[in-house]
Design a protein around this ligand. Structure first.
Ligand code: GRF
Length: 217
């Protein structure tokens, strides 16, 4: 019993626990961590940061922040076997929402089924344009005048699931692919925390691939 003399303890709502999956530098992970620290994602905490690459700088950064980390190297392992281990690890850390943040590995159908509508990804283009690798360079080389980034739910197809939000970035006359990528990344760092807030709020419905916010009364 946790009742005090003045009555029962107030109910503290459980926080949504994020499982961040990354393979590299982890700047999107750090943007999410900063948003949480700044109180922008009040009902969210990071339950686990997991990498499939040993020595990923993002994993070291998570360790320095005192977060729970795991490294499950995927190289040379069958996808189903590796994914099963990742799912187990996410469950052990009671992860509610999986956030891919530069996780350079396709997920198996079993993985997606294990977290239905609970896996997000960020991609540095305005999908459905330029899925796959080097999206910023693809947009630049194509001659786009507007580029951007997309946060979307993950389904069984590459960079394809329902879009939660997109942010646009103009391509400037003096840009090259690197300066454009840097400005897209700035927008990614704003987009991912905002998308997480939207999904965690639960105030939306999905209809014919459209994410539709439901205004609070
Ligand atoms: C980002 O551009 C993201 O959109 C893409 O991979 C990159 C990861 O960068 N999926 P970082 O590791 O978050 O810095």
């Amino acid at each position: 019993m946790s009742a005090s003399a003045s009555g029962p303890a107030p109910h503290v709502p459980e926080k949504t626990r994020l499982g961040i999956l990354l393979s590299g530098r982890g700047s999107n992970f750090l943007a999410i961590a900063r948003a949480i620290a700044a109180g922008q994602l009040a009902n969210v905490e990071i339950g686990l940061v997991l990498s499939n690459v040993a020595g990923a700088p993002g994993l070291a950064a998570a360790h320095e922040l005192g977060l729970a980390t795991a490294c499950l190297v995927s190289r040379g392992r069958p996808r189903a076997e590796h994914d099963a281990d990742v799912i187990t690890c996410l469950r052990q850390h009671r992860v509610d929402l999986v956030c891919l943040a530069g996780y350079m590995r396709l997920l198996s159908a079993d993985f997606i089924a294990a977290f239905p509508d609970r896996i997000l990804n960020i991609h540095p283009s305005l999908l459905p344009a330029f899925p796959g690798l080097d999206a910023q360079m693809q947009a630049f080389d194509y001659g786009c005048t507007v580029a951007g980034c997309t946060v979307h739910f993950v389904d069984e197809h590459l960079d394809h699931g329902v879009i939660v939000l997109q942010r646009t970035v103009p391509v400037l006359d003096h840009d090259d692919a690197h300066t454009l990528a840097a400005r897209i990344l700035e927008q990614e760092h704003l987009a991912y925390p905002e998308a997480i807030a939207r999904v965690v709020s639960g105030d939306y419905r999905i209809e014919a691939r459209r994410y539709i916010p439901i205004p609070r009364p």
